[in-house]
Design a protein around this ligand. Structure first.
Ligand code: BGP
Length: 487
């Protein structure tokens, strides 16, 4: 079989979508705590504070905060080797700029990690997954302010010291390149807030971006890249066993036609999406194409003293990414952009789409794994992949999610192909292993889980967990180190 013996099979979550307990244990407000629920057809909103008339899905989410033992036991039952989760920055630093952490928050995550260890599960911790303290967003302008680098490093230092020996695998920023993908990405990833009391946001909203400018986004991203590199160095200094990765939202843009203009457009789209951040993380410097990009856009990168050295000294140990779907690119402005396609490109006539309009492209994963490994030659990890779909609970309580099994099986097969191609792949964590709140739309109906959670878009439900068919299937995949996908 293709996969390494120590392959990290598991699942992935993020605190703001999973944890709940938003005002318990001394936790402060995070940016997602002021984001309302939406649906497939109705955008979510970001509000300036919390208003009674709205439902805010992060507040309870699916209550991992109180149910972590049960959830981790289910992961143990599936045989997880690895559990990717994030730490809610405001559970440790309620405002974000304090010197000392909130001990209750520190102890909560310690218990979670100890619980993982009971089942032999290796935690993979995302330090920042769209959970910026709201205070830092409001008072400091989010990551557009350089001072956030120090606040972040203080937070990281606390994590590396407190969880030494309990956590070995870390990711700095979730989908760091989302800051290059428009206003929603900058709200979620950068804490750069729109003005006003109430703004529709999300993939559906088509947010009016006139309130902001790209300069601010590139500045914020530079600050995060420097912060990430410094965190890598700090992690290594604190414990030489630490392994730190980056996390990029991977993007494929196939040329819409073989016209050289489309091919170039596709190349440029992929360079900006994957390699702008990827090269800084892995090679410790911005790629060659960045110079012209900055010139043509009139962007000034605010290099501080020592930034270039910091980027070189903080190169990551492995490269991780999310992969759900692919898109196309064309230079022809007359080709209509497919609605509902997250990556925003003309629809690919050769591929099917999910219920949410995301193209399904397992072979794209093999293609990307080869692209990334060919460029960087460091271990890769797929830390998000999965199918968001509506599930039906049968009268006997069973959930037959064969569509999800097919999706995962095809992607895992293509990972095996990539390993045969020579790629060093260290693990796979399926997104939303327990049903959780969607980041794009703020709803529950878009389910990724192998474990079902009884909760609906309005926030109603018992929160009870039950095993879907995919739960039993994934257990066999892990037991057989992937062989099950070829049976
Ligand atoms: C990624 C995020 C996750 C997750 C996933 C699925 O971009 O890192 O937080 O939510 O996408 O997206 P959605 O929840 O919108 O279906």
């Amino acid at each position: 079989m293709a996969f390494r013996k120590d392959f990290l099979w598991g699942g992935a979550t993020a605190a703001n979508q999973f944890e709940g307990g938003f005002d318990e244990g001394g936790k402060g407000l995070s940016v997602p705590d002021v984001m309302t629920g939406g649906t497939k057809t109705c955008p979510r909103h970001i509000t300036d504070g919390i208003f009674e008339e709205y439902h805010y899905p992060s507040h309870e989410a699916v209550d991992f905060f109180h149910r972590y033992k049960e959830d981790i036991a289910l992961y143990g039952e599936m045989g997880f080797k690895c559990f990717r989760m994030s730490i809610n920055w405001t559970r440790l630093f309620p405002r974000g700029d304090e010197k000392e952490p909130n001990r209750e928050g520190v102890e909560f995550y310690r218990k979670v990690f100890e619980e993982c260890r009971k089942y032999g599960i290796e935690p993979l911790v995302t330090i920042s997954h769209y959970e910026l303290p709201y205070y830092l967003a409001k008072e400091y302008g989010g990551w557009s302010n350089r001072r956030l680098i120090d606040f972040f490093l203080n937070y990281c230092g606390t994590l590396f010291r407190e969880y030494r020996g309990l956590v070995r695998y870390w990711l700095t920023f979730n989908e760091i390149n989302i800051l290059l993908m428009g206003a929603y990405g900058n709200i979620m990833g950068g804490g750069i807030l729109p003005p006003g009391r109430d703004t529709a946001v999300g993939v559906l909203a088509g947010l009016d971006e006139s309130w902001d400018d790209e300069q601010r986004w590139y500045t914020a991203l530079h600050h995060q890249l420097v912060a990430s590199a410094k965190a890598v160095k700090l992690a290594h200094e604190t414990d030489k066993e630490n392994r730190v990765g980056c996390m990029v939202l991977s993007r494929i843009a196939y040329p819409y036609t073989c016209r050289p203009d489309d091919v170039l457009k596709a190349q440029q789209t992929m360079e900006l999406a994957n390699y702008y951040c990827g090269d800084v993380h892995v090679r410790g410097e911005y790629p060659a194409f960045a110079g012209r990009l900055w010139r043509e856009k009139g962007i000034e990168i605010p290099f501080g003293p020592g930034d270039k050295e910091a980027l070189k000294e903080g190169r990551v140990d492995f490269f991780s990414f999310s992969y759900y779907s692919s898109s196309t690119a064309t230079d022809d402005p007359n080709v209509p952009v497919a609605a509902g396609n997250m990556m925003r490109g003309p629809a690919n006539p050769y591929l099917e789409q999910s219920q949410w309009g995301w193209t399904i492209d397992p072979k794209g994963l093999r293609y990307l794994l080869n692209e990334f490994y060919g460029r960087w030659r460091i271990p890769l990890m797929v830390v998000e992949n999965g199918l968001g779909a509506e599930d039906k609970v049968e009268t006997d309580g069973s959930i037959h999610d064969q569509y999800r099994i097919e999706y995962m099986k095809e992607h895992i097969r293509q990972m095996a192909e990539a390993v045969e191609d020579g790629v060093d792949l260290m693990g796979y964590t399926v997104w939303g292993c327990t049903d959780l709140v969607s980041a794009g739309t703020g709803e529950m109906a878009k389910r990724y889980g192998l474990v079902y959670v009884d909760k609906d878009n309005e926030g109603k439900g018992s929160l009870e967990r039950s095993r879907k068919d995919s739960f039993y299937w994934y257990k066999k995949v892990i037991e057989s180190n992937g062989e099950e996908c070829f049976r």
